[in-house]
Design a binder for this molecule. Structure first.
Ligand SMILES: Nc1ncnc2c1ncn2[C@@H]1O[C@H](COP(=O)(O)OP(=O)(O)OP(=O)(O)O)[C@@H](O)[C@H]1O
Length: 311
């Protein structure tokens, strides 16, 4: 069953003369962990709000979440677990008081054993009577997520769930999300700027840019489109434009060159027969060959039409 079914959905905020989302088509299947990535202003939060029933699109054929066509007729707000990038807990209440308060607000009854076993599962055992303000940021975020899980949601949407967390807390939250998907069959959509988080955690990635989906691919297939190593070259700015021609003359098609402060960086994302020959021919002083990362593919998809790939 599809958890999300969106057809031809666009959003233009009042007073803006541009679309923040344009003609979005999206299906998410049960059990997927989907990473939504894109530069600032790409439309990630707008999409998340639409899927949570918080923001009506300007145009749409269908916005179905958990079987509900949200904005049509008497469409009901679907039971989505939404974790926004802000503290949604009460600092002066204890862990249990926070959970009971939230459950009462949603008119849901849970017995204490259920709650304790969930706290135990995610390493918060023994913290029941701790004031939330005394928890670490990582623990607070886990509690934030557990709170929503208690509502027995099938679909969880998280906006930048690990921003501001240290690496250990980050890994902790990743493990929690992984467990929710694998053991509790919860479908997850995560908006994130942290590319290696998406690479590690998600089964699928959607790149959003200027309100459009520019790439939608399963994690295990996206890497097959590229060579397993990238060659990263550093250039002076003056050489940037020359480099485009040289690379094309050399027969390289999958590359991008982008300017960074006083220098430029080139990323070559296909196999080069002889690196030695390539380096000496172009008199490149500094280069680095390393395994390809999702971030490289993201940059490629973002820049290929404007700067790099000549197709
Ligand atoms: N309430 C609003 N009124 C007018 N324009 C808005 C509003 N909210 C967002 N926008 C505009 O819509 C576009 C998409 O914004 P959105 O917040 O969805 O992007 P985002 O990908 O979540 O960005 P970020 O990574 O910075 O959070 C931006 O150009 C933004 O300025």
């Amino acid at each position: 069953m599809n958890i999300v079914n969106v057809r031809n959905c666009s959003k233009k905020y009042e007073k803006n003369n541009f679309f923040s989302l344009e003609n979005i088509n999206l299906q998410i299947k049960n059990g997927e962990i989907v990473g939504l990535v894109g530069p600032n202003g790409a439309g990630k939060t707008t999409l998340i709000k639409i899927l949570s029933g918080l923001l009506k699109p300007t145009e749409y054929e269908e916005v179905k979440v958990l079987g509900e066509d949200i904005y049509k007729g008497k469409g009901k707000i679907p039971k989505v677990g939404l974790i926004l990038n802000s503290n949604q807990l009460y600092d002066d209440l204890t862990v249990m008081e926070n959970l009971y308060f939230f459950l009462r607000m949603h008119k849901i009854k849970k017995n204490k054993e259920n709650i304790l076993s969930l706290l135990k599962k995610f390493d918060l055992e023994g913290r029941e009577n701790t004031l939330v303000k005394s928890l670490s940021t990582g623990m607070k975020q886990k509690l934030n997520i557990i709170r929503v899980i208690l509502l027995e949601v099938q679909f969880l949407i998280l906006d930048e769930p690990t921003s501001g967390l240290d690496p250990i807390s980050k890994a902790d939250v990743h493990n929690l999300l992984d467990t929710l998907a694998k053991e509790m069959n919860i479908t997850i959509l995560i908006s994130s700027h942290i590319m290696n988080e998406v690479q590690r955690l998600c089964t699928r990635v959607i790149f959003l840019n200027k309100g459009r989906i520019i790439k939608d691919s399963y994690m295990d297939t996206i890497f097959k489109e590229f060579y397993k190593e990238v060659v990263e070259i550093r250039l002076s700015k003056e050489d940037t434009y020359k480099m485009h021609k040289k690379l094309r003359d050399y027969g390289i098609k999958k590359y991008i060159v982008f300017e960074q402060n006083d220098n430029s960086t080139g990323l070559i994302m296909e196999r080069i027969e002889s690196i030695e020959d390539f380096i000496s021919k172009f008199q490149i002083k500094s280069f680095n060959e390393r395994p390809i990362q999702l971030e490289d593919i993201f940059f490629y998809e973002l820049y290929k039409d404007g700067l790099g790939d000549t197709k």
